[in-house]
Design a protein. Structure first.
Ligand code: DGL
Length: 259
């Protein structure tokens, strides 16, 4: 069982920001990554649609023998992880906007959250905000249009700069000192965001924390791979393969798959 793969899925290529952290921390683990780009973006879909897509991806990963599933998508986690945990007998790791560290450390008492509509409107997001951000101004911003640009390979374009300028402006006006990246596509924007943001604003991305949590859960269930052979890394997309491959610097083979 321990040599079975870690299953990872996202609405598209963004969850590779999590896959990279997992592969760096757990270099002997076999991994299967599903990029559901054909159905991206998830962020504007209904709660029901997001749950259905998450079920489809989960069942596919279970059919391929995965020992744990990482929901490498804030939108899918905040809408579907409760359902998945209730209905499938396999551990799930999720990712949601890291409000807690931002709220605990802010000096200006104002933090910005950039995420999809699906994440910001979810019950889980509201529950976490109520729990940790008492007395803190939480400036929420839907990153409309960002995911489709990244899926089209435009991480660094003028169109992206234009969108980010518009989304950062209201946050800067509220004097935020933390920007929480609430979507796994957004870490690819850190180089551009770092140039655009005043130096005192810290960017929070929880990819590494997700990798550590994955390791902790595998260890607690004696599921860490005991083999030190070169792992099998399988990346599948149901859409364009070149964008998925190039976001990973063409270091891994990617395969087209209907799912
Ligand atoms: N990577 C997904 C997330 O973390 C993107 C959502 C979307 O497809 O809109 O939320």
């Amino acid at each position: 069982m321990s040599s079975q793969p870690i299953g990872i899925f996202d609405s598209g290529i963004g969850g590779t920001s999590i896959f990279k952290e997992i592969h760096a921390l757990l270099p002997h683990e076999n991994c299967i990554y599903l990029a559901d780009s054909k159905y991206a973006p998830y962020g504007n879909k209904s709660h029901k649609e997001i749950v259905e897509l998450s079920i489809k991806n989960t069942e596919h990963l279970i059919d391929r023998g995965c020992k744990i599933i990482v929901v490498a998508c804030n939108t899918a986690t905040t809408n579907a992880i409760d359902y998945l945990r209730r209905n499938y007998n396999i551990p799930f790791i999720g990712i949601e906007p890291a409000i807690k560290p931002a709220a605990l450390n802010t000096q200006t008492k104002a933090i910005g959250i950039l995420a999809t509509k699906g994440t910001l409107s979810s019950q889980l997001f509201h529950k976490t905000t109520d729990l940790y951000a008492n007395g803190i101004k939480v400036v929420e911003q839907v990153g409309e249009g960002i995911v489709p640009l990244i899926e089209a390979g435009e991480v660094d374009s003028e169109a992206m700069r234009y969108l980010l300028e518009a989304y950062l402006e209201p946050m800067l006006a509220q004097n935020i000192d933390f920007l929480v990246l609430g979507c796994t596509h957004y870490p690819y924007l850190i180089p551009m965001l770092s140039k655009m943001l005043p130096k005192h604003i810290k960017i929070i991305d929880s990819g590494r924390a997700v990798a550590h949590q994955t390791k902790a859960i595998l260890a607690s269930q004696s599921l860490l791979n005991s083999s030190i052979a070169i792992p099998e890394i399988q990346l599948f997309s149901n859409s364009d393969l070149t964008v998925l491959s190039s976001i990973l610097d063409n270091k891994f083979k990617v395969t087209y798959l209907e799912f």
